[in-house]
Design a protein around this ligand. Structure first.
Ligand SMILES: Cc1ncc(COP(=O)(O)O)c(C=O)c1O
Length: 375
C-alpha cells in the first residue's frame, strides 16, 4: 500500500495542515480500535495499558536517541514543562529565564508563572522572520538558569540555529529546553548530538497521532538533581505503593509525570511514531525539502509574500504567506477542498510525507484564484 493510501482523507482533500493536526492514517485508526477491543474483551487490563505506556516511552526514546528512563510520558507539553519548571530553583543569583519571541504561548506563560518564585523572564526579540543568534548571545549570561527555545516557530515556520544557541547557553552554565513540537516527525532529532538538556514535544502534529500525549526528555545526569512539585501518583518510585504519607519520586524521568496515563492516546501515539519510523525520517526530510521548495518557488514566482525564510536550513515543514484577510483565505481554500490554517496574518501551509507536487499545484492554482487576499 502506498503512503498516500494509508490516509483516507487524501482521497477527498488536499491536506496541508499538519502543523496543526496530522492526517488520520489507517494505522492510527486501527490503534484506537485495538484500544476499544482490549477494553471490551479484557475489562480493565491495566497491565496491558501500563505496558503500552512503556511502549510509548520507548517509541519516543527511539525517535530522539534518548534512553527510555530519560523520557516522561505526559498528557501535554504544557504538563511536562510545568513539572520541569516546578523543579527549578529561582531563589538564588541564577534566576534568569531566556526565551525566544517565537515560543508557543504555553511556554511563555509557564515561565512567567515562575516570576512568583523569583524567576526573571527575558524575551529575545525577533528581527522580522528570524531571530539572529547574536541576540541570544546578548541575552544569555552567568545569571541565566535556563534558555527556552522553540525548534520551529508555529507562527511563521522559522527555524532557530538550535546547536549554536545550545552552545552559547552551555558556555554560560545555563540549561536548555527545546520545544520540538513543530519539528518532531519532519527530520532526525538526536538529543545526544544536540547535547540538549530537556526536549518537549507531542504526537498531535507531524507524529501523526492525536492530542493528549506528549513527552519530556530530561538528560540522565540532571534527573536526580530535579524534584518537581507538580506531580502525581504516576511520578512515584513505586506507583502502586499507594503511600499518602510521603513523596518518593521515581529515580527516572517518570518523576515528571502526574496522574493516570492517557491510554487511548498512547495506543494512537505508538502507532503514529511507528509509522513515521517505518517510512524513515531521512526520506521524510528530503521529501519535505522538495515539497516546501516547490511551494516557496511557486509562491515567489506569482509575487506572493513569503513570511518564512527562503533558506531551507532556516525553516521547517511549515511555510507561511502574508495575507490581507487570512480568515477569508483559509475559508476560500477550504471551499476548494484545500485544508490550511492561519496565525497572525499568515497563511500556514504545512505539508508532510503524504503530500505530492500535484497538491502543490492545486494549492498554487487556488491561491492565484484568490490573489486579491494575498499581499
Ligand atoms: C511549538 C508548540 N509547542 C507547544 C504546543 C502546545 O502543546 P500542548 O498543547 O501539548 O501543551 C504547540 C501546539 O500547537 C506547539 O505548536
Amino acid at each position: 500500500m502506498s503512503i498516500r493510501d494509508r490516509f483516507p482523507i487524501l482521497q477527498k482533500k488536499v491536506y496541508l495542515n499538519s502543523c496543526s493536526q496530522g492526517a488520520l492514517s489507517i494505522d492510527v485508526r486501527q490503534a484506537y480500535e485495538a484500544y476499544l477491543r482490549d477494553w471490551d474483551e479484557k475489562g480493565s487490563p491495566w497491565e496491558v495499558w501500563v505496558e503500552r505506556g512503556e511502549a510509548a516511552r520507548q517509541a519516543f526514546a527511539g525517535l530522539v536517541n534518548a534512553e527510555p528512563d530519560e523520557v516522561a510520558v505526559c498528557t501535554s507539553v504544557s504538563a511536562g514543562v510545568s513539572a520541569l519548571a516546578s523543579a527549578l530553583d529561582f531563589s538564588g543569583e541564577r534566576n534568569k529565564v531566556v526565551i525566544s519571541d517565537f515560543e508557543f504561548p504555553t511556554i511563555g506563560q509557564i515561565w512567567h508563572a515562575q516570576e512568583k518564585r523569583g524567576a526573571k523572564v527575558v524575551h529575545v526579540p525577533a528581527a522580522g522572520n528570524i531571530i539572529p543568534t547574536e541576540r541570544f548571545a546578548e541575552a544569555i549570561d552567568e545569571r541565566t538558569k535556563i534558555v527556552s527555545i522553540t525548534h520551529i516557530c508555529y507562527r511563521n515556520g522559522s527555524r532557530l540555529d538550535v546547536p549554536a544557541i545550545i552552545e552559547l547557553a552551555h558556555q554560560k552554565g545555563a540549561l536548555v529546553l527545546l520545544d520540538s513540537y513543530q519539528a518532531l516527525g519532519t527530520f532526525q532529532i538526536d538529543v545526544k548530538t544536540l547535547n540538549v538538556d530537556f526536549l518537549a514535544g507531542g504526537t498531535l502534529k507531524y507524529l501523526l497521532a492525536s492530542s493528549g500525549l506528549a513527552y519530556l526528555y530530561v538528560r540522565q545526569n540532571l534527573i536526580p538533581t530535579l524534584q518537581p512539585t507538580s506531580l502525581g501518583w504516576f511520578s512515584q518510585a513505586n506507583i502502586f505503593a499507594m503511600d499518602s504519607y510521603a513523596n518518593t519520586p521515581s529515580p527516572t524521568a517518570r518523576r515528571f509525570e502526574a496522574g493516570s496515563p492517557p491510554v487511548p492516546n498512547i495506543y494512537a501515539g505508538v502507532a503514529g511514531i511507528n509509522l513515521i519510523q517505518s517510512i524513515g525520517l531521512g526520506k521524510i526530510e528530503v521529501h519535505l525539502r522538495d515539497i516546501t521548495g516547490a511551494i516557496k518557488e511557486g509562491a515567489m514566482q506569482r509575487g506572493f509574500t513569503l513570511v518564512s525564510p527562503v533558506d531551507p536550513a532556516r525553516h521547517g515543514a511549515l511555510i507561511t504567506l502574508r495575507s490581507h484577510d487570512v480568515t477569508q483565505l483559509v475559508k476560500r481554500l477550504e471551499e476548494d477542498g484545500i485544508i490550511t490554517s492561519s496565525r497572525d496574518d499568515n497563511l500556514r501551509i504545512s505539508p508532510h510525507i503524504y503530500n505530492n507536487l500535484a497538491d502543490v499545484d492545486r494549492l498554487l492554482d487556488c491561491l492565484t484564484k484568490h490573489r486579491e487576499l494575498l499581499v
